[in-house]
Design a protein around this ligand. Structure first.
Ligand code: HEC
Ligand code: HEC
Length: 124
């Protein structure tokens, strides 16, 4: 599924004599650092698909850098958790092009297209 991004935002990029392609560099990007703009955009698309949500679920309208939406804070903690799992248990996994840069375990591994992962059957 190709997600088209609206024309109303641009990825903040390093400007000072930066050669193309540019790395997404913003004070509000704390975990997904060092990615080129298309890679960063691809990670956002992976999260949308993994959770079955839209950009607006996590982002404040008109300001992607804002941390006002609590879902974005939760998502950042999830990014940290997912990165930590991969670093500790799957350090040798090399993501193929088109796969999440996070590694073997991604948001999809747990979320499977749902905003909140399913509880095991028979729970109370
Ligand atoms: C599940 C929540 C979630 C969804 C859905 C999501 N994002 Fe994000 N987005 C984040 C988080 C968390 C960050 C900050 C990542 C970090 O700190 O490394 C971020 C950062 C960004 C940034 C960088 C803003 C800046 O300058 O600091 C942009 C641009 C962005 N997202 C665009 C999008 C677009 C476009 C979509 C839809 C295709 C989308 N996001 C969907 C959680 C989400
Ligand atoms: C190891 C399993 C696991 C992984 C990997 C994972 N999550 Fe989660 N996520 C959970 C669980 C479990 C919950 C429910 C937590 C709760 O009930 O409080 C959750 C809840 C959330 C929520 C809050 C949902 C709500 O109902 O408000 C968001 C947003 C979220 N995850 C985003 C992400 C994103 C984005 C990623 C990938 C970067 C990710 N998660 C990766 C297990 C995971």
């Amino acid at each position: 599924m190709a997600l088209l991004l609206g024309g109303s935002f641009s990825f903040v990029a390093v400007s000072a004599q930066a050669p193309t392609p540019t790395v997404v560099d913003s004070p509000a990007v704390k975990v997904l650092t060092g990615l080129l703009a298309p890679e960063f955009q691809e990670e956002m698309n992976h999260m949308v698909q993994a959770l079955g949500v839209s950009c607006g679920t996590c982002h404040t309208r008109g300001n992607f850098a804002s941390d006002d939406n609590p879902k974005k804070i939760t998502a950042r903690r999830m990014l940290e958790m997912t990165k930590a799992i991969n670093n500790q248990f799957f350090p040798d996994h090399k993501p193929k092009p088109g796969e999440s840069v996070l590694g073997r375990v991604t948001c999809y591994t747990c979320h499977q297209g749902q905003a909140t992962p399913k509880l095991p059957p028979g729970g109370d």
